[in-house]
Design a protein around this ligand. Structure first.
Ligand code: FES
Length: 532
């Protein structure tokens, strides 16, 4: 399956996803869902089960965004940590957070069983183990907070069972789960279509309008009229700047190491390092498993050493799991970190009636996406949901540490504008290897210069159209990434993911732009929302 979100691919993408036709006329539906990842398809599936006529639109194939790049840990061991969540939201809200993730795993299991989806879903144990230099108190505090949050049967163990090299204290979370995310999405889509739902891929939404009815207008000029629209793109492209000041985009790196089958027990693993590492197993063949290991996160567009990050992951996998097989997969993904550790799911905080958003996966996209499906279904159906206030996109960031994090993350964004006055990364195009990109100074501004594999030079404005930060080349994913709010663009400047809703502007520069590199491509805006 081709990837729409970067140059690398994950093992999930190796299998070809079922194709759907693009939308070629105007249609009417009860609900239009924009985005066919786990959030969009779960929402569509659950709404259809309660009798809503649903249309799903996606610019790419199903699961071709971040769902195809997850490691698919299904867990109520929350990445933010129960101690932190309790500090940020209080004990009652933390209980609701734990309950919602537990319910999401149960919901996925129920759908898998009901629809007979063959996606390697399995229940297994999870272990949060101490990183080097961390004290056992850290785990004791986390255990106390998890117990107060109502997480069932958590306990401390003196070492991780069955892993010789992990003779360190750990916290055991029973009844976690894992699956093959794209096979699961295929099952959801199949069930949706079987029961009358409509899915259109290769259909980019250019505009979302709230109102009665709402309208989703595609790039090719067709309109879906609907009572409600759910924007289930990973990053909200319709939340204005307000929501993006409460979210930070991070890149996370993943490797797959081939190991003899059974040499590491099948379980979910995390350590307590900052940023933390995460691991799981996936069956590769009768004789081998993949040990999938991730971590080494950094703010999107703010690191150049992506290759070294893979090397550090490999060293960690070998040290912590004794994995001595070859690294057969390398990929990266994008994580949206909400400033207070919980996703934003619910009514669009802008004045866009009947438009809903879901974003801020906080590293737990599979459960947050499923929570979004359950919560948005209830909101649309006018049914009370106990998680509505917890995940409300319009909630205020009130507690001390969240306010400090909010200030720190936004100061970081403000600093990115200093790149306007910095020197370019190269001064001659010959310094850019074919198949790569770099920033060059041109007059008072910066240009994003891409040399294609044949050596032709293509030039674009380096200014991100969202809020005018300067983008940066990502050598691993061969994309231009924005360091402010995480918009990403392909080598030719087309939007991969928002919040930007327009491409990097092509520019022609005498003596630099090759004739073969002249701007050629039509505008491909992402979705945006306007109130009626
Ligand atoms: Fe906001 Fe680029 S994503 S300025």
């Amino acid at each position: 399956m081709p990837s729409d979100s970067g140059a690398t691919t994950s093992p999930w993408m190796h299998e070809r996803a079922e194709g759907f036709a693009p939308l070629e006329n105007d249609v009417r539906a009860d609900v239009c869902v924009v985005g066919a990842g786990i959030t969009g398809l779960t929402t569509a599936y659950l709404l259809q089960r309660v009798g809503r006529a649903v249309v799903v639109l996606d610019a790419g194939a199903i699961g071709s965004g971040e769902t195809g790049r997850t490691t698919a840990h299904l867990s109520n061991a929350l990445d933010e940590g129960y101690c932190n969540l309790e500090r940020l939201h209080g004990e009652r809200a933390t209980r609701l957070a734990a309950e919602s993730h537990t319910a999401a795993i149960d919901q996925i299991e129920a759908i898998v069983n009901q629809e007979g989806i063959e996606c390697d879903f399995e229940r297994l144990d999870g272990y949060l183990f101490l990183a080097r230099g961390d004290s056992a108190e850290k785990l004791e505090d986390e255990l106390g907070a998890a117990v107060r949050a109502g997480v069932a049967d958590v306990r401390l163990l003196p070492r991780v069972p069955g892993v010789q090299s992990l003779a360190v204290p750990c916290m055991h979370f029973p009844r976690q789960a894992q699956f093959h995310p794209l096979r699961y999405l295929e099952g959801l889509a199949r069930a949706l279509v079987r029961d009358g739902g409509r899915v259109f891929t290769g259909t980019r939404v250019a505009e979302v309008r709230g109102g009665k009815p709402c309208r989703a207008v595609t790039e090719s000029g067709h309109t879906v009229h609907a009572d409600s629209i759910v924007v289930a793109t990973n990053v909200p492209v319709n939340g204005g700047l307000v929501i993006h000041t409460k979210l930070s985009a991070y890149r996370t790196y993943v490797i797959g190491v081939r190991i003899p089958r059974g040499s590491v027990p099948r379980a979910l693993y995390w350590d307590t390092e900052e940023p933390y590492h995460y691991a799981r197993l996936q069956r590769e063949s009768d004789s081998h498993d993949l040990l999938i290991v991730g971590g080494e996160d950094h703010r999107t567009g703010q690191a150049h050493d992506t290759r070294q990050r893979f090397e550090r992951l490999e060293a960690w996998a070998r040290r912590r799991f004794g994995a001595d097989g070859p690294v057969v997969w390398r990929w990266s993904g994008q994580v949206m970190e909400p400033v207070d550790g919980l996703a934003f799911i619910g009514r669009n905080p802008l004045d866009a009636p009947h438009v809903y958003i879901a974003t801020g996966d906080a590293g737990q996209g599979m459960t947050h996406g499923t929570i979004a499906g359950m919560l948005v279904r209830d909101l649309i159906c006018g049914k009370e949901n106990p998680w509505a206030a917890l995940y409300d996109p319009g909630r205020k960031v009130l507690r001390g540490s969240a306010v400090r994090r909010y200030a720190r993350e936004n100061l970081n964004v403000a600093r990115q504008y200093a790149r306007y006055v910095r020197r370019g990364e190269v001064s001659h195009v010959e310094q850019i290897a074919p198949g790569s990109g770099a920033l060059m100074r041109h007059g008072p501004g910066k240009i994003a210069v891409y040399r294609d594999p044949a050596g032709s030079v293509h030039t674009y404005s380096a200014v991100c159209p969202h809020a005018r930060c300067i983008v940066r080349w990502n050598e691993t994913e061969e994309s231009w990434d924005c360091p402010c709010h995480g918009s990403r663009f392909d080598p030719h400047g087309h939007v991969i993911c928002g919040p930007a809703n327009a491409r990097l502007e092509p520019v022609y520069i005498e003596g630099i732009t090759d004739a073969g590199g002249l701007p050629e491509l039509p505008e491909r805006p992402g979705p945006r929302t306007r109130p009626n």
